[in-house]
Design a protein around this ligand. Structure first.
Ligand SMILES: [Zn+2]
Length: 677
């Protein structure tokens, strides 16, 4: 691979994309990649990260494989690429019938240069078989901070990307992210052996964003919100986003704003996907001025003229805050960011963290179920799981459960072998004999065996692999390849589900007596870390030095320190520089308080009654006695798989302490729990 002369890149930029110049960092990143140097690019949201891989892909000999965490992001980028006449596609769950086949054929022919997938797609054996068979020039990881356990959007499956990359022998990697602290940055680069000098970081600082923290009591919040939005509207008539923590607040706040004559609409993950995409389209088209949303809204929304972002509730972390305000003013015009702050919602934010920590006995159950499997399994040290069933069985939510599995992998206890679909369903598009007769004798025999092992009902037939594979001369891979081929030839329709993951078990590591405790400690450490992250956020909003400067420093951007930029001229050497466009620079240092009177605790009698209600409801539903943690979660109104299945929400004690901080609930329930034993 040779480096492209700058002029070649420039002309490719102009002729293909219609841009007459690179934005900061783009050219350096692209040149590095074309020199064969894996790179990490950290650019603020909306500053042209995607172009780095899009332009590079056109100059690479083979496929560029892009891993993206969100369908909406993929669809947006595909629409952009299509508008530039670049052949790109995705393989995702929305593809119907043989659309995936068409995409794969396009990639094989070299017609499609860019393929987008989610990280979960790698677990799909049909996809893995396919991607192993085509040469890949570059792997791109979008929103790459998901790789880092220190990051705020940690996606356990991302930890496996480095090994996929090695296994597929992909020579070049590009990691893209908008926000990364120093620790996250170094962590990401190390995982893909990216050299320090190939990290390209443009300024984090956005001069057009005005930051304000407004301390306000809970009861005054709605009034203040409506007032801010009305002022915004008279000044600029621009669109805006209001972020809230809970789905029901999104609806309540949107309703309030509508009653005040503001064109507002709620948006959250509880709406079905059609409703959500309709709302997005209306917002993009300017039919809705204000979206009141949970954090489900935003990733993948590329609207450049958002004039204000208001945090109605505290964001989850400084990282979330920065990502969310980053959606404002991407056109470079002034935009306002307000945080309506008090400490009332703090326990809600904290409870999200506590609710995700698996219980010690849940981890124990998981390890025991692996051990049981080893003893009873006919395939000695193999372990099979389907994530939903397992989540219910061990009472751990799916996300922490996935994290737990990745931790077991990293500890060498389990090793992923493959994943397969438990259910293969076949629909014949032509009569069976006609299909069989269109092949030569040897293949006819093979197909006949597959069809013999398929239980055909009216329309669909289910293939029974157990029966089929009893004949040791038949390999699973060949069967799948044959079915894929039949589908490509439009002779059948193939449907697969019931993703089953198969792991090899390392019995020595599994027998380690300290394993359960060390896994529990890992989650406890994470819990502590997350709670500290929330505390850091609360401190940030109460800083008495410039918010913008502190935010830039938090993300390792030395802009202010290097330039000694000080708009006000008030900074002396050694003091914090000032941006001149934040509430602290305007002399308003925020002090956050609890505005609502502390809700009194329910009486011990009520709590005891709640405990026995729960004990009774769950009697016989779980192998072990209920833990202290289960009672605390019940009173805090948190949902775990065991509660959801047994309709625990209906019990009168559910959520009676939801206004309390979780640590307080633990302290309160612990003595009652002890006397109950
Ligand atoms: Zn400032």
């Amino acid at each position: 691979m040779t480096s492209q002369p700058t002029s070649a890149l420039q002309s490719s930029l102009l002729t293909t994309f219609g841009f007459d110049g690179f934005r900061p960092g783009q050219e350096q990143t692209i040149s590095q990649l074309l020199n064969g140097q894996s790179s990490l690019a950290i650019f603020p949201t909306g500053s042209g990260k995607s172009l780095c891989y899009q332009l590079t892909a056109l100059h690479l000999p083979h496929l560029t494989l892009v891993v993206s965490p969100l369908l909406a992001l993929m669809k947006d980028q595909l629409a952009f690429l299509a508008s530039k006449g670049i052949k790109a596609a995705s393989i995702d769950s929305t593809l119907k019938g043989n659309e995936a086949q068409t995409v794969m054929a396009g990639v094989r022919d070299g017609d499609i240069k860019i393929l987008m997938v989610s990280v979960e797609r790698f677990k799909n054996e049909r996809f893995r078989q396919f991607i192993e068979s085509v040469p890949v020039s570059m792997l791109v990881v979008d929103e790459a901070h998901c790789i880092s356990e220190w990051g705020h959007n940690f996606r356990p499956d991302y930890l496996k990307l480095p090994s996929y990359c090695q296994a597929l022998k992909i020579p070049l990697v590009l990691l893209l992210t908008a926000t990364a602290t120093r620790k996250v940055k170094l962590d990401m680069a190390a995982k893909f052996a990216i050299r320090d000098e190939h990290i390209v970081q443009t300024g984090f600082y956005r001069a057009n964003l005005d930051l304000s923290v407004l301390p306000v009591t809970e009861s005054d919040k709605n009034g203040l919100l409506a007032q801010i939005i009305s002022q915004q509207s008279t000044q600029q008539q621009g669109p805006g986003i209001v972020y809230v923590t809970l789905q029901h607040s999104a609806e309540k706040v949107a309703l309030y704003l509508t009653q005040q004559g503001i064109n507002a609409c709620a948006y959250h993950a509880g709406f079905d996907s059609d409703t959500r995409s309709q709302i997005q389209q209306d917002f993009m088209a300017g039919k809705i001025q204000v979206i009141v949303a949970t954090i489900a809204f935003g990733m993948g929304i590329d609207k450049s003229d958002i004039r204000f972002v208001i945090h109605y509730d505290l964001p989850k972390s400084i990282e979330n805050y920065s990502q969310e305000i980053g959606r404002a003013g991407r056109d470079g015009m002034p935009a306002q960011c307000f945080t309506l702050a008090n400490l009332d919602g703090l326990n809600t934010v904290e409870n999200f963290v506590y609710g995700d920590t698996p219980e010690f006995n849940g981890i124990e159950m998981l390890l025991n179920s692996i051990k049981d499997e080893v003893i009873t399994s006919a395939y000695d040290s193999k372990w099979e799981l389907q994530i939903l069933q397992l989540s219910n069985a061990v009472n751990i939510k799916q996300l922490p459960l996935k994290t737990l599995l990745v931790q077991l992998e990293l500890a060498g206890v389990i090793e992923p072998l493959y994943a397969y679909f438990a259910d293969f369903k076949i629909k014949l598009l032509k009569p069976k004999t006609e299909i069989i007769n269109s092949f030569n004798a040897q293949r006819q025999d093979f197909l006949q065996r597959i069809f013999n092992a398929t239980d055909f009902k009216k329309v669909w037939g289910s293939l029974n692999f157990d029966t089929l594979l009893q004949d040791k001369t038949i390999e699973r891979n060949r069967v799948i390849a044959a079915l894929e081929y039949l589908q490509e030839q439009q002779l059948i329709i193939l449907e697969t589900k019931g993703m089953t993951e198969v792991f090899k078990i390392n019995l020595t590591e599994l027998a380690d007596p300290s394993l359960c405790q060390s896994l529990a400690n890992y989650f406890k450490d994470n819990e502590v870390k997350e709670i500290k992250r929330i505390a850091a956020l609360v401190r940030f909003f109460q800083l008495d030095t410039c918010l913008t400067v502190n935010l830039a420093r938090y993300f390792d951007d030395a802009f202010f320190d290097q330039n000694r930029l000080d708009v006000s001229g008030a900074g002396e050497s050694g003091s914090t520089p000032q941006c001149g466009h934040c509430s602290v620079c305007r002399g308003q240092v925020a002090v956050l308080e609890r505005s609502q009177a502390q809700v009194p605790w329910p009486s011990d009698e009520t709590l005891k009654q709640g405990m026995s209600e729960l004990t009774e409801r769950l009697a016989g539903k779980i192998n072990q006695p209920l833990s202290l943690e289960s009672y605390c979660r019940f009173f805090a109104g948190m949902t775990v798989p065991l509660f959801g299945r047994n309709k625990v929400r209906q019990l009168s004690g559910f959520g009676v302490c939801e206004q309390q901080r979780y640590q307080g609930i633990r302290d309160k329930i612990a003595p009652l729990f002890t006397t109950m034993q």
